[in-house]
Ligand binder design. Structure first.
Ligand code: IPE
Ligand code: IPE
Ligand code: MG
Length: 243
């Protein structure tokens, strides 16, 4: 089966640039181009949801020049690419805490969401100033407000309700999470939604990621047996995990 939702932690832009003696932003620019190509490749393969982790709530710790450069790049990306993405059937959905984003970025991402609203082939979540903990805190706040206002009762709070207040409300959880750049960590990406995601770490640096690498990750996913804590083997199980 194809993963319905793939999340990508696009890591390694800085190292890619530094290896060539170039400034880190050069790597971020190359990474943006790869992100666009990956959207098209995922769409061609029939993936319905793609989440691209572009800026984490912790990335503010970087030097201000890098942060500003990243936001300028994103502004440019959404301004220049939204129409083409719309034509290609992509629907952009920005997830994350927008309140801290520079105003021009907020405005251009809202425009990009409007332009691509009709996209029906693939939904692309761009995680911008996103953190899994932020997502859970923001859901908690909404739920507390609903309880305080008497719109829901405490006894209504369960996994489905929490899921419905997360940034990915109405979407399947990521089946597969790819992390480039070789680090085996989640770095605050979709903490709730990743409970049963298959995680594939690749050494390749993000600007070098190609459609073939996406295929490799999908093949990895297809070779896994997802048991969700139970004992049932998936159709591709050949590992004898089952007694
Ligand atoms: C990922 O690449 C992009 C962002 C976090 C914005 P990095 O900038 O983290 O690249 P490395 O990990 O330093 O190589
Ligand atoms: C994760 O990469 C965040 C994004 C890709 C946007 P980082 O480079 O920020 O993660 P750490 O610092 O290595 O954990
Ligand atoms: Mg990194």
């Amino acid at each position: 089966m194809l993963p319905a939702h793939i999340g990508i932690i696009m890591d390694g832009n800085g190292r890619w640039a530094e290896k060539q003696g170039k400034p880190r932003l050069y790597g971020h620019r190359a990474g943006t181009e790869v992100a666009k190509k990956t959207v098209l490749a995922a769409r061609d393969r029939g993936v319905e949801y793609l989440t691209l982790f572009a800026f984490s709530t912790e990335n503010w710790k970087r030097p201000v020049a890098e942060v500003q450069g990243l936001f300028l790049l994103m502004e440019e990306f959404f301004r220049n690419e939204s129409s083409e993405l719309a034509r290609s059937g992509a629907k952009l959905n920005i997830i994350g805490d927008r309140s801290r984003l520079p105003w021009p970025v907020r405005s251009v991402v809202s425009g990009a969401e409007k332009i691509t609203a009709g996209g029906s082939r693939i939904t692309v979540n761009v995680a911008l100033n996103y953190g899994g903990r932020w997502d859970v805190v923001s859901a908690t706040r909404q739920i507390a407000e609903d309880v305080a206002q008497g719109r829901i009762d405490m006894s209504d709070i369960g996994e489905d309700l929490v899921s419905s207040r997360l940034a990915t409300s109405g979407q399947p959880n990521p089946d597969l999470i790819i992390r480039t750049g070789g680090e085996s960590r989640i770095s605050n990406f979709m903490l709730w939604q990743a409970a049963y995601s298959e995680i594939y770490v690749m050494d390749i640096l993000w600007p070098d990621f190609r459609a073939e690498d996406l295929d490799e990750a999908i093949e990895f996913f297809q070779s896994r047996s997802r048991r969700y804590g139970g004992l049932e083997s998936g159709p591709h199980d050949g590992r004898g995990e089952r007694g």
